[in-house]
Write a protein that binds this ligand. Structure first.
Ligand code: TYR
Length: 397
């Protein structure tokens, strides 16, 4: 990766590159041109489910921020993972936070990003202090239940009988901006309503308004922990073996000539291409497929458009696209897996954070399935009841 960008305008371009939306960009511009200091940015990740290949998308943005000379903090939002319908129980959440830290560092290293300047902070390390708690209560006296509920609608899992924790979640995300001492919060555009809640309320606590940067939600890449069942990339675990990667990619939906619903092309467009550009310079692109001789031999594309056109015209077959993508993913994952194998701490965080389901929990899941209940709905509620209720309680925008 080439060195740090110096020109303020170039820095701003890199910081906002590929984003879907920027709120209060002038805050960033002022820091770069008038205050002439490093911009402080954070990304919060709630250590819930296992990280998958879709995580390369936000990691790439962290790479841009670092290259633009920003001070970057990753918040390991352990309490948020707990507050969101107990996606991570307290007994395992600290291991999961560790696991996320190992994975995110290894992913960035695999991208060739220097990570010495990257800071990791565990949420509960400051979110349980008296100051933070009092601020939370102050904020709870400003924000209505309705506004807190709406703010979390795209982030907190929506269930029937929503718990109070789902209202606390967005308030804490607002406070984090101040307690992490940053200028900017970055996240997927799914965080938008919480970002706006922050912009509308943080000043009432006597704190400054922050800028907000939003990545698009890439079709099929299941970011933000939200798995997309229609796409294989989002289901490829960061520690997947090469054989499993091939198998999952091979079973991906990828119809000949169809460039519209094509998770593999999306992966090349939003992950493979930008990684190549990060490593080789602005505007550079290469996608190589080691195609067998009998189908025309190895082939290389020098722009995404060229690849897309070849696929659309059926000059490139699904089998070949799949093999190119699987090889690329395996290359990206190899150093991560090597790091895992060399680190007992990394392994411990994994096995303790995600313990294999015991007999009991399997039995329980089976029973629940049979009974048609769905956690955390009420005991006698069926999935249909829950769906209907969700429909009834939908918030109109
Ligand atoms: N809401 C983020 C996680 C997060 C938590 C706390 C924060 O301060 C920031 C972000 C997510 O959906 O993953």
């Amino acid at each position: 990766m080439s060195g740090i960008v110096e020109d303020p305008e170039e820095k701003y371009k890199l910081i906002t590159k590929g984003l879907q939306e920027v709120l209060n960009g002038q805050i960033i511009k002022k820091i770069l041109t008038e205050e002439k200091r490093h911009v402080k940015i954070y990304l919060g990740t709630a250590p819930t489910g296992r990280p998958h290949c879709g995580y390369f998308v936000p990691m790439l943005k962290l790479a841009h921020f670092l290259k633009a000379g920003c001070e970057v903090t990753v918040l390991l939002a352990d309490l948020h993972a707990f507050l969101d319908n107990m996606k991570a129980p307290l007994e395992v959440v600290n291991y999961r936070a560790k696991y996320y830290e190992f994975v995110e560092k290894a992913m960035l290293k695999s991208l060739g990003v220097p990570i010495e300047k990257l800071k990791f902070v565990v949420g509960s390390s400051y979110q349980l202090t008296p100051e933070y708690t009092l601020d939370l209560f102050k904020l709870a006296n400003i924000v209505t239940q309705n506004d807190a509920k709406r703010a979390g609608a795209d982030v907190v899992k929506q269930v029937s009988n929503p718990l109070l924790s789902g209202l606390i979640y967005p308030l804490m995300q607002v406070l984090d901006e101040h307690y992490l001492d940053v200028d900017v919060q970055f996240g997927g555009v799914d965080q938008r309503k919480i970002f706006v809640l922050a912009e509308e309320n943080i000043e009432a606590l006597g704190y400054k308004k922050r800028a907000h940067l939003m990545n698009p939600m890439v079709p099929g890449l299941g970011q933000g922990g939200k798995m997309s069942s229609s796409d294989p990339n989002s289901k490829i675990d960061i520690l997947e073996t090469p054989k499993q990667v091939k198998k999952k990619i091979n079973s991906a939906f990828c119809a000949p000539g169809n460039v519209e619903e094509n998770g593999l092309l999306s992966f090349v467009q939003y992950v493979v291409g930008p990684i190549y550009e990060l490593q080789h310079g602005e505007g550079q692109f290469e996608f190589f497929i080691d195609r067998p001789e009998k189908y025309g031999g190895p082939i290389s594309f020098s722009s995404f458009e060229e690849l897309k056109a070849a696929y659309k015209e059926e000059k490139l077959s699904p089998v070949d696209l799949k093999s190119g993508v699987a090889d690329t993913i395996n290359k990206l994952l190899a150093p991560i897996i090597a790091e895992y194998q060399a680190s007992p701490e990394f392994q411990e965080a994994d096995t303790k954070g995600y313990p294999a389901p015991g007999k009991d929990s399997k039995k329980k899941a089976k029973k629940e399935k049979k009974r048609g209940t769905k956690y955390p709905g009420k005991k006698d509620e069926t999935e249909d009841d829950v769906a209907k209720k969700l429909e009834d309680t939908k918030i109109e925008d």
